[in-house]
Design a protein around this ligand. Structure first.
Ligand code: NAD
Length: 366
């Protein structure tokens, strides 16, 4: 394979790091666009030392038989790839079902890393988890820097400071990392999730699990949350209202795959919070868990800071790139054999992620 990586046009991250390049050079040629690692502080020389060839953008596009990208490459890039080339990125087809249709205009294979099945053997290939974990960590740091008070309890000569109260809504990968980080910073943490199965995980991190009885769990949803009944949602609203008004920080991470994010924090709840409090909404791109969230913006509503950002991991491009590259490398160990593409559709990792095969839309048949 000729594996190509371009400088991302709308992201700080880069799809391959030198340590992974080294592992791929035995059977593949690696082309890296000059300056691709710029935002990640990886100089071209480091890629070269790892065995890659630094190339001009047009050369990478016209020669790559496998293009790796953090963000989906633009159509004019896809149209210039060699016939039969493959592309690996995160296309989020569950958010827009027309995506695979548009991609199938091109005679290529497309693998969407965010379609990786959530099974044990796929954990080391799961970019959603790698990025969510980083976002959860960073959300707490963002909250701490915007909060006009301390996180930890402190006893000073001038008097005692009580710990900040942090409420985490959604205790999946991002939420659990947010809990761990908020605990490390010394705050008092409570968390809520519709999946009662996460109770022990929340408690083992030292946080309190806030529970609403009567939730629906759906084993067929592959580990993802499902929509709840109206009665449950009403009980949940009352409980969150009570907890939110007592919190200094709320971090929301609740997502429903393929659907708009559930509104968990209403305008009324925001206005009941203490002035100076901070909300970090990691579901901003999916419509937000807070009614007032604006995607990719930080706003002030009656003294409450609301940060709407779903790609906080991009603020830590070094480790985000490293983890993405390692996840892709682990997938390539399945997809390539001695540098040749093995399109084994019986393999559930390949079948799960392949949304276009040779210009044929494979997503609709799932
Ligand atoms: P996610 O990003 O889809 O959602 C985040 C959290 O929000 C989830 O815990 C979800 O239950 C919760 N949520 C949804 N609606 C809610 C609501 N109305 N109120 C409160 N909370 C709500 O989930 P995720 O973090 O990507 O992980 C989902 C599950 O998949 C977890 O159990 C995780 O451990 C599992 N997982 C498995 C693998 C694997 O085995 N390869 C990899 C990653 C995640």
């Amino acid at each position: 394979m000729i594996i190509g990586v371009l400088k991302e046009e709308a992201d700080t991250r880069v799809a391959l790091t030198p340590d992974v390049v080294k592992k791929l050079t035995e059977h593949n040629q690696i082309l890296i666009e000059a300056g691709a690692g710029g935002n990640t502080y990886i100089p071209d020389a480091e890629y070269e030392a790892a065995g890659a060839t630094i190339s001009q953008r047009n050369d990478v596009i016209s020669k790559s038989t496998l293009l790796l990208s953090i963000r989906p490459p633009a159509e004019d890039i896809l149209s210039k790839l060699p016939q039969g080339a493959s592309v690996i990125s995160s296309f989020r087809p569950y958010e827009d079902a027309t995506v695979p249709e548009k991609l199938s205009k091109f005679p290529i294979n497309v693998f969407s890393m965010d379609m990786m099945p959530r099974i044990t053997m796929a954990q080391d290939k799961d970019v959603l988890s790698s990025m969510a974990s980083m976002a959860g960590y960073r959300a707490v740091l963002e909250a701490a820097t915007h909060l006009p008070r301390y996180f930890p309890m402190l006893t000073t000569a001038a008097g005692s400071i009580p710990p900040a109260k942090v409420l985490i809504l959604g205790a999946g990968v991002a939420g659990l990392q947010a809990i761990a980080t908020a605990k490390r910073l010394g705050s008092v943490v409570e968390a809520f999730d519709t999946r009662a199965a996460v109770r022990e995980e929340v408690q083992s991190l030292g946080a309190k699990f806030v529970e609403v009885e009567g939730s629906r769990d759906d084993k067929a949803a592959g580990g993802y949350a499902v929509e709840q009944t109206e009665e449950y949602k009403q009980k949940q609203r009352e409980l969150i209202f009570d907890r939110a008004s007592k919190s200094d920080v709320i971090i929301t991470t609740a997502l429903l795959r393929g659907k708009k994010a559930p509104i968990l924090i209403t305008k009324e709840m925001v206005e009941a919070m203490k002035p100076g409090s901070v909300i970090v909404d990691l579901a901003a791109a999916g419509g937000g868990n807070c009614e007032l969230t604006q995607n990719d913006a930080t706003i002030d509503h009656h003294g409450i800071t609301i940060i709407g950002d779903s790609t906080l991991e991009a603020k830590m491009p070094m480790h985000a790139s490293l983890l993405f590259a390692k996840n892709v490398f682990n997938f390539l160990k399945v997809l390539l054999k001695e540098g040749e593409l093995q399109l084994d559709m019986e393999n559930q990792l390949i079948r799960g992620t392949c949304i276009v095969q040779g210009g044929k839309n494979m997503y609709e048949v799932k």
